[in-house]
Design a protein around this ligand. Structure first.
Ligand code: ATP
Length: 235
């Protein structure tokens, strides 16, 4: 479904990725892990179209999308939920969700899609008329994911969905992601929380200093000393 190959990318004179490969098959949940500054967000930026790679290509559904804008990729079903739960604080939950459907759906379709999001996140349904800025951190993350789901993504990229959330909210978000995978949405996630990364994903990649240094099943990665080092922040 997604194939990023030989990705070289950076900022100004700094090369942050030195030829990374990353593949996601349909219906998979794939984790991207690694120490701070490894290049995880940079790789998701390249895949989602926020950042142009210096070299390499991104293929989505058999099409070379390397030169496509982020918007065009989102319309094709490749959507990023960026780090930091960026919701529109002054708008209600429902208004935030409607914005996520822009150009991808109208009328009845929006209502149906919203009902699916509310099924996945019942807490959002209870707070549909509340301003997003007044939601808890976990609820805002649910809203950010829900907004991305309004566009009916086929591959959802999530950058640190559990960052800064209370333990209960972390569990709710992880459960929702697992449920999403069961409904047929393919996901790839960057995650600092090992329990979430390895609980949700079945396969993973370890990125270190701009390079993929290990990849395999979550069971294999869980036992990899380099993965342990990454999670303890001592890479
Ligand atoms: P973290 O978990 O800390 O977010 P990461 O693995 O996502 O780390 P990136 O954010 O992709 O890593 O950063 C990779 C490298 O690129 C780092 O050295 C970082 O300092 C640098 N970098 C990231 N964003 C920028 C930017 N906007 N301008 C300049 N350098 C950047």
């Amino acid at each position: 479904m997604l194939h990023a190959e030989g990705i070289v990318a950076g900022y100004g004179a700094i090369e942050a990725l030195h030829g990374a490969d990353f593949t996601v098959a349909p219906h998979e949940a794939v984790a991207l892990v690694g120490p701070n500054g490894a290049g995880k967000s940079t790789l998701f930026g390249v895949i989602s179209g926020l950042l142009r790679p210096w070299n390499g290509k991104v293929v989505f559904d058999g099409q070379d999308v390397t030169r496509w804008s982020a918007e065009r990729r989102a319309l094709a079903g490749l959507t990023l939920v960026p780090e930091g739960r960026r919701v529109f604080a002054g708008l209600t939950s429902e208004e935030n969700l409607r914005l996520g459907a822009y150009r991808r759906a109208r009328g009845r379709d929006v209502t149906g899609r919203m009902a699916e999001v509310f099924d996945l996140f019942p807490r959002l349904a209870e707070r549909r008329r509340q301003r997003a800025g007044l939601l808890s951190g976990g609820e805002q993350q649910m809203l950010a994911i829900g907004r991305a789901l309004m566009g009916r993504p086929r591959l959802l990229l999530l950058d640190e969905p559990s960052l800064g959330l209370a333990p209960l909210a972390v569990r709710e978000v992880a459960d929702a992601l697992t449920q999403l995978v069961h409904t047929g949405v393919t996901i790839a996630l960057v995650e600092q929380n090992a329990a979430v990364a390895f609980g949700v994903a079945s396969r993973g990649y370890l990125l270190d200093r701009g390079q993929v240094v290990a990849d395999g099943s979550v069971d294999d990665l869980r036992d990899d000393v380099r993965v342990h080092a990454a999670y303890l922040g001592e890479a």
